[in-house]
Design a protein around this ligand. Structure first.
Ligand code: HEC
Length: 119
């Protein structure tokens, strides 16, 4: 009889343990959400390039296109250098548009710090 009683107890214990594990995971998720997400090309770099550097730097435009991962990655130093210039300086980007906010410039720099990941 005792042998029959053991499995249900084990199941109960298992259920209890997995419950507490779930709670722990939730706790970890909350902590993760507070940390800044890793910047990748897919989010939000590509969107920024399309909205801030288009139409000139899109594959349909006339300049070097940055709307593909490889090209954006290979040109990241030039991109960062240009967007950090002041509007009156030669080579400033985005051309004929206001300077990006410091926090947007930081997003490009952080993409490099995070390892220039695609996704
Ligand atoms: C209105 C059109 C226009 C917009 C918008 C624009 N650019 Fe440009 N960009 C140009 C032109 C024209 C050149 C070529 C002349 C030069 O090098 O300054 C250029 C050149 C560049 C170069 C040098 C390319 C090379 O390798 O020779 C970089 C880097 C660059 N742009 C980055 C950017 C970034 C990043 C943005 C968006 C934040 C942006 N540009 C927005 C027109 C634009």
């Amino acid at each position: 009889m005792k042998k029959i009683l053991v499995p249900p107890f084990t199941l109960l214990l298992g259920a209890f343990l997995s419950c507490s594990t779930a709670r722990k995971e939730q706790g970890t998720k909350t902590v993760t959400a507070v940390q800044p997400p890793i910047i990748t090309y897919e989010a939000p770099i590509k969107f920024l390039i399309i909205t801030k550097c288009g139409p000139c730097h899109l594959s349909t435009g006339e300049e070097v296109s940055y709307d593909n991962y490889t090209s954006a990655k290979e040109n990241i130093d030039g991109i960062i250098r240009r967007i950090k210039l002041q509007p009156q300086q030669h080579g400033f980007m985005p051309q004929k548009a206001p300077r990006l906010s410091d926090s947007l410039i930081h997003v490009f720099e952080q993409w490099k710090v995070d390892g220039l990941r695609e996704k």
